[in-house]
Design a binder for this molecule. Structure first.
Ligand code: COA
Length: 191
């Protein structure tokens, strides 16, 4: 088997590869939000609707971040286009060096929700978002993501990006609630 190839669905090479025996093994998407007054208002409303303790997570939270990753890692629908490597302590340190900030919701020493966002000049790209299985469907993902987006905007981000697997309905809904529009469709091809 060849290495998987990830292409935009509308890329002419996709049609070409499909005609030559390649098949689609995964679908994924990219989404963007352009910063304007309406987005900021929306995000503030989402954040203020939450009663969770939400803040940027510093190094003192690294063990709790790794623990949350440990119990959620198996839930990410993964593919060549949507990998989720383990977020253990060394990985967290390397994320921080690359300009990634982690925003989370805490309950005592426990991190119950987190989102990691990488700053790239005036853009910010989400790396991953996770909520503890026993705390899902309570608006926590939307709240931590709104907080991270507002922090990035405060720091000067004018374009926000994210993406994920087409199988991940929860992620799509969370991002749409936060003002992202799905504007890219990708396919992973193998032969
Ligand atoms: C994706 C994830 C972070 C969502 O966390 P959550 O706290 O349950 O999400 P929220 O409660 O904030 O809900 C956000 C939206 O998604 C919807 N949603 C949540 N779980 C869903 C599910 N399993 N199926 C369909 N929709 C779902 C909610 O109804 C809500 O939409 P709405 O406001 O339009 O009703 C969580 O399921 C998770 O940790 N999954 C594993 C890791 C992962 O896949 N992360 C995303 C890729 S980076």
């Amino acid at each position: 088997m060849t290495d998987p190839v990830v292409l935009r669905e509308d890329d002419p090479r996709t049609t070409d590869l499909l005609a030559h025996g390649w098949r689609v093994v995964a679908r994924s998407w990219g989404a963007h939000a352009v910063v304007d007054g309406a987005l900021v208002e929306r995000l503030r409303a989402l954040l203020s609707a939450s009663t969770a303790a939400i803040d940027e997570l510093g190094r003192q939270h690294d063990d709790a971040i790794a623990a949350l990753d440990e119990i959620t890692r198996g839930d990410y629908p993964q593919s060549a286009a949507t990998p989720h490597p383990a977020i253990h302590r060394a990985a967290i340190a390397s994320l921080r060096v690359r300009g990634v900030r982690i925003t989370g919701a805490t309950e005592g020493d426990r991190v119950v929700a987190m989102t990691a966002m990488r700053r790239l000049g005036d853009a910010a790209e989400t790396e991953f978002t996770a909520v503890a299985p026993d705390r899902r469907r309570r608006g926590l993902a939307v709240a931590v993501k709104a907080a991270a987006m507002l922090a990035a905007i405060d720091d000067g981000a004018v374009r926000l990006g994210t993406g994920g697997s087409a199988l991940n309905e929860a992620s799509i809904r969370m991002n749409e609630r936060c003002g992202y529009a799905l504007d890219e469709r990708w396919v992973t091809l193998e032969r």
